[in-house]
Design a protein around this ligand. Sequence first.
Ligand code: EPU
Length: 338
Amino acid sequence: MKDFCNYSLLKHNTFGMDVRCARFIEFSTVEELRGIVLQTERFQKPLLFLGGGSNMLFVGDFSGTILHSGIKGIETISEGDDIRLRCGSGEVWDDVVEYAVSNGMYGAENLSAIPGDVGASAVQNIGAYGSEVKDLIVNVEAVDIQTGDICKFTSNDCHYGYRDSRFKHEWKNRYVITYVTYRFSKTFEPKLDYGNIRSFLLAKGIDEPTARDLRDSIISIRNAKLPDPAIMGNAGSFFVNPVVDEKKYSALHEEYHDMPHYLLCDGRVKIPAGWLIEQCGWKGRSLGNAGVYEKQSLVLVNHGGATGAEVVALCERICEDVWKKFGIEIYPEVNIIR
Ligand code: EPU
């Protein structure tokens, strides 16, 4: 177990905010975690569970205790029609994808190179290029911070939706995730229909990609569109794509024929927030040291030395403009920690 006071969070948030927390504790086993949660009165409040810090914006120093999972391990627990991997919540998600692709386990290729840890994958239902991790999750193990009990939830129990789960609502601050078990297929069935994946592969002369080809292509497509946090601080998509009803969509479509959109099975329509933001003229613009990424308006970036407050101010201006122009409310996907 690691336990630090007045600890810098610079390496623990991909936005690159130079802030500190009063206390930082990293547990590496379930027993260590249970020991901590059964004695929470010993720690400065509030408590915050931090994964890879790839979906967090710290507005200032954090006056409480940060709990960070250092639970490692990628273990094959069963092999039948599918292969199941039980992974520690402190493993890097993309290491799991790499492990799967290298070992003939399929289904996660389109989720390559998403920053963050295994624990966060199950909170956030990470998704990209037509795949969502909920379709791979078999179960999630967690410790109840009120009782110290060890719990196991099925994917159904977690009520997964688009970038959503019970861990973001009624289970928030209740459970700390310790392990996630994912299911992989033994047969490779590439998903190539989202965006430009197929044409990207064809341009490389590949018409029957292997899982490795697909993973490499997804990594290249992401690298071309999304900023590398090691170079320019960011937390991926800053906003969630908004969903509107059919009436609202029809009214917008009358005016904006080229508006990209995705029909959902319940008849509602998802509109890319990046497109809305670009239409408002924000693509590539900055406010102080915070800016809108020049190649993808969904991503807010730290041009160097930005404060969390600057990013929040930028976010608020963008939300206001999108509301004024389109009558659509957009919300941050990133957790803003004040
Ligand atoms: N678009 C614009 N301008 C922009 C950005 C996008 O016009 O500045 C348009 C694109 O041309 C396209 C549409 O919006 O027609 C959708 O764009 P894209 O395929 O890039 O996807 P997205 O909806 O903007 C989502 C995820 C991303 C994920 C991509 C690819 C959310 C909130 N974001 O973005 O996730 O990589 O799809 O699957 O759902 C992340 O979570 O950090 C992330 C990057």
